[in-house]
Design a binder for this molecule. Structure first.
Ligand code: AMP
Ligand code: MG
Length: 390
C-alpha cells in the first residue's frame, strides 16, 4: 500500500496530451489560456475624464468660466478651449484640446452658461492615455484559468478568438449488479447509481468532457467490452465500484485484461483505500471505490488535478490553511483521513456529521475535506489543518 503523497507523485507523471484549439473568447470561461494575450491598443485609448464635470485650464480654476458646449461620452468637443472658457463634459469623454483639468459637478456652481469652481484643487480627474494598458502589453498569461474578469480584459483588447488546450475526454463507467439509473425506483436490494452522475458533474466542473458508458454488471466480459471501448474513445477512463476485496470485485482483473498496466491498487487513505490507477497506450485509467464519498474524494484528490494539468493549469487544486474549531480525535491512525468539514463565520473548520463513505448527503453542506496525516490521532482546537475546498 502506498501513501497519498506517493499516489499523487505517480499520477502527476501522467496527463493526456491535448492540442491547442482557438475558440471564441465568450466560450472560454473556466478553460485555461494556452498563449499569452497581448493588447492591440492603449487603454485608455485617449486622455479622458474620469468624472462628470467641467474641463478647463488649470490656471483658470480661480475664475468664473464660460461654458462652450456640453460633450457627452463618445463625442469630441467641436473646438479647442481657450482662456476663461470650459466645456461641460461627461465621464468617459475625450479631454478637449487646450484643457488639462476637470473639476467635478459636485464642486461647481453653474448659472446662465457660466460656472465657478467651489472645491479645493486636488487631482486633475483625467485618466491618461495608456495608463492602464500599453499597446503590446501582455494582459493575460498562458496557464491562467479563465474567469469572468479575464473575459472583460479579452473584450477590451479585442482578443475575440483565444488559444486554449482541448478539453480532455473522460469516460465514466459504473459497475455493480445492484445499480439502477436514477429515473428508476430501486427494487429490493437495489440502489440508484449516484456515482456516475457525480463523476460526470465533477469532470464537467474540472473542465473535462464527460462521456457516460452506463452500468456494467459484475461480470468480466461486459465490463471488459465497455472498458475497451472507453479506452479507445477517451483520454481518461473512470470506473467506480468493483475494486475492493469482494468475490465479485473484478475491475482490477478486467483492467489487466484490457491491457492496462496497474501502477497502484491501494492507497493508505480513508475513505478510498482500494483506489486503483493504471496506464494504457491510449488512456489513463482510474478504478475508483464504489462508495460515493470515497469516489468523490479520490476524484478530487487525483483525477481533478490530472484534468487541470491536461488543460494546461498547474493550479486550482491547492490546500488552504484553516484553524480547527474544536478538538479532533481518531483511534486508528495507519491511514491518512479525509474528513468532510464545515466552515464557520470565523473561518475555523469543524467536521460535519458523517457516518462513513456511503453517507452521500454529508457532502452537500461540506466546505471541504480536511487532511489528517498518517500517525495523527489528535488535533487540538486552534491548530492549523490543510483543507481542500470542494
Ligand atoms: P464496491 O466497491 O463495488 O464493493 O461498492 C461499495 C459500495 O458502494 C456498495 O455498497 C455499493 O452498492 C456502492 N456503490 C457502488 N457503485 C455505486 C454507484 N455507482 N452509485 C452508488 N453507490 C454505489
Ligand atoms: Mg460493486
Amino acid at each position: 500500500m502506498i501513501t497519498y503523497e506517493e499516489a499523487h507523485t505517480i499520477t502527476k507523471q501522467y496527463k493526456p496530451e491535448k492540442d491547442i484549439e482557438f475558440i471564441p473568447f465568450m466560450d472560454s470561461l473556466a478553460r485555461v489560456l494556452a498563449e499569452d494575450i497581448k493588447s492591440d491598443i492603449d487603454m485608455p485609448p485617449f486622455n479622458k475624464t474620469a468624472v462628470d464635470g467641467y474641463a478647463c485650464r488649470r490656471v483658470d480654476l480661480g475664475r468664473e468660466l464660460i461654458i462652450n458646449e456640453v460633450v457627452p461620452a463618445g463625442q469630441v468637443a467641436s473646438g479647442p478651449v481657450t482662456e476663461g472658457r470650459c466645456v461641460k463634459i461627461m465621464t468617459g469623454a475625450a479631454m478637449p484640446e487646450g484643457t488639462d483639468w476637470v473639476f467635478m459637478v459636485e464642486d461647481a456652481e453653474e448659472q446662465d452658461g457660466r460656472v465657478r469652481f467651489t472645491g479645493k484643487a486636488g487631482k486633475d480627474n483625467i485618466a491618461k492615455l495608456g495608463e492602464d494598458i500599453r499597446v503590446g502589453d501582455t494582459v493575460l498569461k498562458a496557464g491562467k484559468i479563465i474567469v469572468p474578469q479575464d473575459i472583460a480584459v479579452m473584450a477590451t483588447v479585442g482578443a475575440v478568438m483565444v488559444a486554449v488546450k482541448q478539453r480532455p475526454v473522460v469516460g465514466v463507467i459504473s459497475t455493480g449488479n445492484e445499480l439502477v439509473e436514477p429515473r428508476h425506483k430501486p427494487g429490493p436490494a437495489q440502489i440508484r447509481n449516484s456515482n456516475a452522475c457525480q463523476l460526470i458533474a465533477q469532470v464537467t466542473r474540472a473542465g473535462g468532457k464527460a462521456v457516460y458508458y452506463g452500468i456494467a454488471p459484475d461480470d468480466e466480459e461486459p465490463t471488459l467490452n465497455m472498458l475497451s471501448k472507453a479506452i479507445k474513445e477517451c483520454d481518461i477512463v473512470l470506473l467506480t465500484g468493483g475494486v475492493s476485496m469482494g468475490d465479485y470485485d473484478e475491475v482490477p482483473a478486467v483492467m489487466k485484461k484490457a491491457g492496462v498496466q496497474i501502477l497502484f491498487d491501494r492507497i493508505a487513505v480513508q475513505p478510498g483505500k482500494p483506489t486503483t490507477f493504471g496506464v494504457h497506450d491510449e488512456a489513463l485509467i482510474f478504478g475508483l471505490p464504489g462508495n460515493p464519498v470515497s469516489s468523490f474524494i479520490q476524484f478530487e484528490m487525483l483525477v481533478r488535478p490530472m484534468i487541470m494539468r491536461a488543460m494546461g493549469a498547474d493550479t486550482g487544486c491547492e490546500f488552504r490553511k484553516h484553524k480547527l474549531a474544536g478538538n479532533f480525535t481518531r483511534r486508528r491512525t495507519r491511514r491518512l483521513a479525509w474528513v468532510p468539514v464545515l466552515i464557520n463565520d470565523d473561518e475555523t473548520v469543524v467536521p460535519v456529521e458523517y457516518h462513513g463513505s456511503a453517507h452521500i448527503n454529508a457532502l452537500p453542506g461540506a466546505y471541504g475535506v480536511m487532511k489528517v496525516p498518517i500517525g495523527v490521532g489528535e488535533i487540538k482546537k486552534g491548530e492549523i489543518v490543510d483543507v481542500r475546498q470542494i
